[in-house]
Design a protein around this ligand. Structure first.
Ligand SMILES: [Zn+2]
Length: 89
């Protein structure tokens, strides 16, 4: 699998570290019930098909990317810098 880093060009996926869905989660209030914290920390959707994921170019430029990937075919249809996609990392 190859990922098109906007800064480095197309690179092997082994240079990157996947960090899950690129969906911003709503952090519970500090005094929220334990179940709300459990949901926030541990429960994630597992969609089949097109997804947006955060990937870190660990062995490259160290940029955070939002990668559009199909979880069934593993086809990658695009990537952008996370800071330009609304993620501050
Ligand atoms: Zn890069």
């Amino acid at each position: 699998m190859r990922i098109p880093c906007p800064l480095c060009g197309e690179r092997d996926a082994r240079e990157f570290t996947p960090r899950g869905h690129a969906t911003l989660l709503d952090r519970p209030d500090v005094d929220a019930q334990p179940q709300a914290w459990h949901n926030y920390l541990h429960l994630r959707d597992n969609p089949a098909g097109e997804t947006r994921e955060l990937w870190h170019h660990t062995a490259g430029c160290t940029a955070w990317l939002v990668v559009q990937r199909n979880t069934i075919t593993h086809a990658i249809t695009g990537a952008s810098l996370a800071r330009e996609a609304g993620h501050a990392r």
